[in-house]
Design a protein around this ligand. Structure first.
Ligand code: DX5
Ligand code: ZN
Length: 223
């Protein structure tokens, strides 16, 4: 079996007791914490910033934190997230004037760098930077809100990016974000993804452990 990772998006966690809820989802088997940063400018919603990331670290969260920046501009805040304890920092290339510079900035701060492609953003953005990336994140919904429906056209895009990654021979994670649940996670994996963001399907379920275990059982059957 591939090294599959399940990354609950805390966008659907209980913000009034965030540390506790994040700890609970980790103890229920999550691998990575997906941290959705929105600015009411690049996307039409507003969430949290580096101080909240730092607060989770201070609370005792030691799992990898995958910071998904849905903000514009991007660069100013990268050092702050690195200092706040981010492991991965991913950004939307349309939101950066200098994509290569932004990737370099993330790496200079000892974080892993990733590019996020919206449903209609072309793969050509990867052409001159894939070799430098640690992750490609494909959006399977338009960014901004939890609980949206998975866009079917993403499967084909996942397979295309899988081929591009395999050609590099490098260890680059292929993460998919939006509308992932027990009905489609196996199909997302079959298409070539190895990292699965799931917000509402985990945090809105009664039993996180049972949901994550069911996801892993489905993934274990993917050939
Ligand atoms: C959407 C975010 C996602 C999303 C995932 O803009 O990037 O991480 O909240 O939530 P679900 O799994 O509910 O689609
Ligand atoms: Zn996200």
């Amino acid at each position: 079996m591939k090294d599959y990772k399940i990354a609950p998006s805390i966008l659907s966690a209980d913000f009034s007791r965030l540390g506790e809820d994040v700890e609970k989802v980790i103890n229920s088997g999550a691998d990575i914490i997906h941290f959705d940063v929105m600015d009411n400018h690049y996307v039409p919603n507003l969430t949290f910033g580096p101080m909240v990331c730092s607060a989770l670290r201070d609370y005792g969260i030691t799992s990898p934190i995958d910071v998904h920046l849905m903000i514009k501009p991007v660069d100013r805040i990268i050092p702050d997230f690195a200092k706040a304890g981010a492991d991965y920092i991913t950004f939307h290339p349309e939101a950066s004037d200098h994509i290569d510079r932004t990737i370099g900035l993330i790496k200079e701060h000892d974080c892993k760098a990733g590019i996020v492609l919206n449903p209609a953003t072309p793969l050509s953005y990867l052409e001159h930077c894939l070799n430098k990336l640690d992750m490609v994140l494909l959006m399977s919904v338009n960014p901004g809100f939890p609980g949206q429906k998975f866009i079917e056209g993403t499967y084909n895009k996942i397979s295309l990016v899988r081929e591009l990654i395999d050609k590099t021979g490098k260890d680059i994670r292929l993460e998919v974000d939006g509308g992932i649940n027990l009905e489609n996670i196996a199909k997302v994996a079959s298409a070539g993804a190895d990292t699965f963001v799931a917000g509402s399907s985990i945090f809105n379920s009664k039993d996180y452990e049972k949901t994550i275990k069911s996801m892993r059982d489905l993934l274990s059957q993917v050939s």
